[in-house]
Design a binder for this molecule. Structure first.
Ligand code: GLP
Length: 260
């Protein structure tokens, strides 16, 4: 089962997860961090940026993003390559040549998934994968119905996800219809999954992913198949969890030697 940590809010989550990531990069400077986009991981990036400004060095670490839109012009501010550059690469001091984002360019789109899988493999896979969750229950951009064995590939976004993400674009029509995303099988290969969610709007998706049946209809439920998962949520996102009291109890009695 996943460890579920109910924290006060984004800032507390940012501190908790950053402590752990800083510990990893200090032990293994060339660690591989799996990065997610969206608003959810921003408190973690902000806290890591603060640690970097106090001397934590990410210049030898590697980053792999979960997903990318297909067909946005190069340099588009909402391309995930640009978002990761703004939120992660620059503020945390990653070497740009160490930051990988799936290629959503129209050119070699049929082979983009295979190329990304090969790059992941060449770097020994992801040590810690940060995940958000969409209101459709998606992780990465694996929409309902995604195979649990899926690898990086082109997917079609649901209308719900396009509507959710329209806030980042001038209009709904500007939101791409296709994306390239790590598959659920790819995500399950990461050594440690850290799923974050904040706010009431995520409560149903969190409950379904953490406690519901393991089903392709809720791609986030794939985390139940992974041996090392940490779910970090605020009270609102945890509000539909049936066993919330137990998670709080377990946290209060967490053995001191046990990290994340
Ligand atoms: C986006 C991303 C996901 C992200 C999710 C939630 O579409 N592809 O990786 O986890 O939707 O976004 P937010 O964190 O902004 O709620």
């Amino acid at each position: 089962m996943a460890e579920v940590l109910i924290v006060e809010g984004g800032e507390a989550a940012g501190r908790l997860v950053s402590d752990h990531i800083v510990g990893l990069v200090q032990i293994r400077p060339d660690m591989v961090l799996g990065v997610a986009t969206g608003s959810t991981p921003l408190p973690v990036y902000r806290e890591l940026a603060r640690r970097h400004s106090r001397g934590v060095d990410f210049s030898r670490a590697w980053a792999f993003a979960l997903d990318e839109y297909v067909g946005l012009p190069e340099g588009h501010p909402q391309s995930y390559r640009a978002v990761i550059d703004r939120e992660v690469t620059v503020p945390l001091g990653f070497d740009r040549s160490h930051v990988n984002v799936p290629d959503g360019g129209d050119g070699d789109i049929e082979t983009t998934g295979e190329r990304y899988e090969a790059a992941l493999h060449a770097h020994g896979g992801v040590d810690l994968q940060l995940l958000g969750i969409g209101t459709t229950g998606h992780i990465g951009f694996n929409e309902p119905g995604s195979s649990f064995a899926s690898l990086t590939r082109v997917k079609t976004l649901t209308e719900q996800t396009r509507a959710d993400n329209a806030r980042f674009f001038d209009s709904l029509e500007d939101v791409p219809i296709h994306c390239v995303t790590q598959g659920l099988g790819t995500i399950l290969r990461a050594r440690h999954l850290v799923l974050l969610a904040f706010g009431e709007a995520k409560a149903t998706a969190v409950a379904a992913a953490v406690e519901g049946p393991v089903t392709a209809s809720v791609p986030g439920s794939a985390i139940q198949l992974h041996p090392h998962v940490t779910v970090v949520v605020d009270g609102a996102a945890a509000s539909r969890l049936e066993h919330a009291d137990y998670y709080r109890w377990a946290r209060d009695h967490k053995p001191a030697w046990q990290g994340l």
